[in-house]
Design a protein around this ligand. Structure first.
Ligand code: SAH
Ligand code: F3S
Length: 474
């Protein structure tokens, strides 16, 4: 029995890419191990979005090298954004790495490993175009997914934007959409295997499909895809990431709101709350335009909740500009925000043109401050949920308390309630009794299959779902 040690850094797309590769290893009979010393291959899926993520990989590679010194048969592989970005450096600084697979060519990992083991020598695949024999999303091993009832599905890879701080267009290239029929077939296979909720992934899902049908500019091929997917029987919930403020239209929001299985949650990264700062970031919208997009969402998607990303300490960020960001966080009332300290990435526009001039301690304190503003706002909002009934899809036993189960409500909030493993994969109605900034606790009012029929009530996390839920009785 051969063993693979696999670690993944970074975004949801990396989580899925790791699953795809691990699925190939599992098909071939490999077992996963979390002990590097027991592994036949150490494979790291890397992220380049911030320097810290890359530093962690270098240190892991250092550990792997020590093991390889003792056991030269160990093979070491690096895949993903860092493999794409610093391939030459990897080969130079880490001669013990046997396999370097970029962001478009990583599904050949098992095959490459076999070639290396039979004496073929190091393999480096960093072409931007995928090898037609090993397309990134082909032939997914659906049984390899980490969650039984939820799955990610990539719909578009790469990004056509040029936010000045961002390395992604450099590491992942331009947008390449998967044809709708291919996505549909993958979702059907997942649903046949027990999945009830899918999250479609793309760096910018708003322009999904434009590269397939250039004439359909801005008419929302993403909406066509969502409508088609919602026809799949057995699929109950659909989510998608990331909805950027640009390339979004009011009509797209209207269509999101009209598809019952589309959950009322949008991730709309704002990055900053000041126009001059947004302009330096090349985000191509103003704070006011951001408000407009959020306004469309709230108008057309009943009960919608918004989450967001912010960068603090970007080049030249003044105290006043940062105040604007804090004000926006207070004003919008995000369900959750992710806050990142600006990290200069070589080759990006900001690295070439703008100094990384906000001191580290200021970045750190702004990070803490912005998170505090968010947490306070989230806690206040969550307190308003006490006594409300929410529908959750139960994932399984809670990691922190084995007398509880956890699930996600329609807005994607984490909810804990009493229960046991047999409830996994079922919907439940939970009455909220206690809240924190990042999760809710509730008591179970009804469980799917205990009530006669669980009619799907369509969307409306916040208000609408609570109303809908109250019509269900145990
Ligand atoms: N469009 C992508 C963005 C991926 S990067 C998506 O699917 O969300 C995720 C987040 O990392 C960005 O929204 C941004 O807030 C943050 N980020 C990107 N580059 C960064 C950098 N150089 N320094 C700090 N944070 C960064
Ligand atoms: Fe990065 Fe901006 Fe694209 S944040 S992934 S360049 S939309």
């Amino acid at each position: 029995m051969k063993r693979v040690y696999f670690t993944s850094f970074g975004c949801q797309m990396n989580v899925l890419d790791s699953e795809l590769v691990l699925g190939d290893f599992k098909r071939t009979g490999y077992q996963q191990t979390d002990d590097m010393r027991l592994a036949d291959i150490v494979l790291i899926n890397t992220c380049s979005i911030r320097e810290l993520a890359e530093e962690k990989v270098w240190s892991l590679l250092g550990r792997a090298r020590l093991i390889k010194q003792e056991r030269p048969a160990l093979k070491i592989g690096v895949m993903g954004c860092m493999a794409q970005r610093v391939k030459e450096e990897l080969i130079r600084r880490a001669p013990h790495v046997d396999l370097v697979l970029g962001t478009s060519n990583f599904r050949s990992a098992v095959q490459d490993l076999e070639d290396i083991e039979s004496g073929g020598g190091r393999v480096v695949r960093v072409a931007k175009r995928p090898d037609p024999e090993f397309l990134p999303d082909a032939d997914r091993n659906v049984a390899a997914r980490p969650d039984a009832f939820r799955a990610f599905v990539t719909i578009v890879r790469g990004c056509n934007h040029s936010c000045s701080y961002c390395i992604v267009p450099h590491t992942r290239g331009g947008e390449v959409s998967r044809p709708q029929a291919e996505v549909w077939a993958e979702v059907e296979r997942l649903v046949a295997d027990g999945v009830r909720e899918v999250t479609f992934l793309g760096q910018n899902i708003n322009t999904y499909g434009q590269d397939l049908h250039p004439q359909r500019l801005h008419t929302g091929a993403i909406c066509d895809l969502l409508e088609a997917a919602s026809g799949i029987e057995g699929l109950d919930r659909i989510r998608f990431l990331t909805s950027n403020p640009f390339d979004m239209t009011e009509d797209m929001m209207r269509r999101f709101g009209s598809i019952p299985k589309v959950m009322p949650w949008l991730h709309i990264p704002a990055q900053a709350g000041n126009d001059a700062l947004l302009a330096r970031m090349q985000r191509t919208y103003t704070v006011d335009e951001y408000r407009t997009v959020v306004g469309w969402a709230r108008k057309h998607i009943p009960g919608v909740e918004i989450t967001s990303d912010f960068i603090v300490g970007f080049s030249g960020e003044t105290e006043e500009e940062f105040e604007g960001t804090k004000a926006l966080v207070r004003e919008i009332g995000f369900m959750q925000t992710y806050v990142f300290k600006y990290s200069l990435r070589p080759m990006t526009i900001s690295a070439r043109r703008m100094p990384d001039d906000v001191p580290e301690d200021v970045k750190k304190s702004r990070n803490v401050e912005l998170l505090a503003v968010q947490d306070e706002a989230a806690l206040t909002r969550n307190r308003g949920l006490v006594g409300r009934r929410l529908e959750i899809l139960i994932e399984g036993i809670s990691k922190s308390d084995d007398r509880r189960v956890t699930g996600r409500d329609m807005n994607n909030r984490l909810v804990h309630c009493e229960g046991d493993a047999a409830m996994a994969g079922r919907m439940a109605i939970v009455e909220i009794t206690d809240v924190a900034a990042h999760s809710l606790i509730g008591k179970r009012v009804a469980l799917e299959s205990e009530v006669g029929s669980w009619s799907y009530r369509g969307y409306g996390g916040g208000a609408a779902s609570a109303c809908g839920a109250e019509t269900v009785s145990a």
